[in-house]
Design a protein around this ligand. Structure first.
Ligand code: PLP
Length: 361
């Protein structure tokens, strides 16, 4: 039986990447290992759209990158603004609260995006040192119109530092760090980058790195941008042990991504998303969320009358296809299908056939 992991992360991993990961570890402070870091940095710069950004590859999951971004950029007497479209946008609020920072937020309804006018009004009234945006909120399947937001932000609050959470986006949709004027893009290895979970990855602008230098002690030894930058600039300098084997895998996966070509890859994601949505629509599964802002990396499908969530996902899993439940208010109402990274169109077709079998019984 063919098994397909169609959840919004972790995503299927190419055999060649798995082979790399399964090699014997090498010294994390050797020249040989430095090569893997250096190449990965070079490739990641292309994917993030940055020339001068500092790339940090950290053993950890996406969430540690979110907390690093906050703690390395904010003073306790400054305020952050969170633009939240769902569960992962709200996670920034939880981090800010937990770590004792001041913040405000604008939230959209789930499945919608934030009205540009609300952002303008907020920025006219008050200054925010840091603004966070979630590129794709994995709880709602919505892709934020980041470029539109940045135009407004650059006009009304040009010196705010911008953090973009790309965990469910980077490698699946376009991101242009330098051109758009973003200060930190962060992501995790297990979503559209098609590596197993285990690496948090950040790109940090020069302006953000300067800000970090001015903060002094940040109370986050492991997550300090400056400590990681030193070992990224020269991996032979030990700070904390690099995840050697996942870095082998990362380098290989980035090579696969770039040899496909970023434009081709983004187009494939878009086409595959449309493909599966049209098919699902015909059998009564409407896609959740505002049609103008659907993310190409995952879909939320609304259950038609009479289909039970638990039973549907269980039966589908028995046929080799794993999808994810809805989160919070959407639990029981939708299921989430990841179709990012390595997922191919014929695999989506295959999953669709299994879905038909499950609902016909
Ligand atoms: C998955 C995800 C996260 C959290 O990443 P972890 O690796 O689970 O810590 C954060 N933001 C978004 C948008 C995500 O999709």
């Amino acid at each position: 039986m063919k098994e397909l992991l169609l959840i919004p992360g972790p995503t299927p991993v190419n055999e060649e990447v798995l082979k790399e990961i399964s090699k014997q570890p090498i010294s994390h402070v050797s020249k040989d290992f430095a090569f893997y870091i250096e190449k990965s940095i070079e490739y990641l710069k292309e994917i993030f759209g940055t020339k001068k950004g500092s790339i940090l590859i950290i053993p950890g999951s996406g969430t540690i990158a979110m907390e690093m971004a906050i703690k390395n950029l904010l003073n306790k007497n400054e305020k952050a603004l969170v633009l939240s479209f769902g569960f992962f946008g709200d996670r920034f609020l939880e981090i800010l609260e937990e770590d004792g920072f001041m913040f405000d937020f604008i939230k959209s309804e789930w499945g919608e995006v934030i009205d540009l006018n609300l952002i303008t009004e907020k920025l006219k009234k008050e200054h925010f040192s840091v603004i966070t945006i979630t590129h794709v909120d994995t709880s709602t399947g919505i892709l934020a119109p980041v470029e539109d937001y940045l135009k407004v932000i650059k006009e009304f609050s040009p010196d705010s530092l911008i953090i973009l959470d790309g965990v469910c986006a980077t490698g699946g949709v376009k991101e242009k760090m330098d051109e758009w004027g973003i200060d930190v893009i962060l992501t995790g290895s297990q979503k559209a980058l098609s590596v197993p979970p285990g690496l948090a990855i950040l790109s940090v602008s020069e302006k953000a790195m300067e800000k970090r230098k001015h903060l002094g002690k940040i109370g986050f030894y492991y997550g300090d941008f400056l400590r990681w930058k030193e070992t990224m600039d020269d991996p032979i300098k030990y700070f904390a042990t690099h995840n050697t084997n996942y870095t082998f895998g990362l380098k290989k996966s980035l090579e696969i991504i770039l040899s496909e070509g970023l434009e081709n890859r983004f187009r494939r994601h878009y086409e595959n998303a449309n493909f599966i949505r049209e098919k699902m629509d015909k059998i009564g599964f409407k896609v959740f969320g505002n049609k103008n802002y659907l993310s190409p990396t995952l879909s939320l499908f609304v259950y038609p009358e009479g289909v039970d969530d638990e039973e549907f996902r269980k039966k589908l899993h028995e046929k080799g296809i794993t999808v994810a439940s809805g989160i919070k208010n959407l639990k029981g109402k939708v299921f989430r299908m990841g179709h990012m990274g390595e997922v191919k169109k014929d695999e989506l077709e295959y999953a669709y056939e299994k879905i038909i079998q499950v609902i016909n019984r």
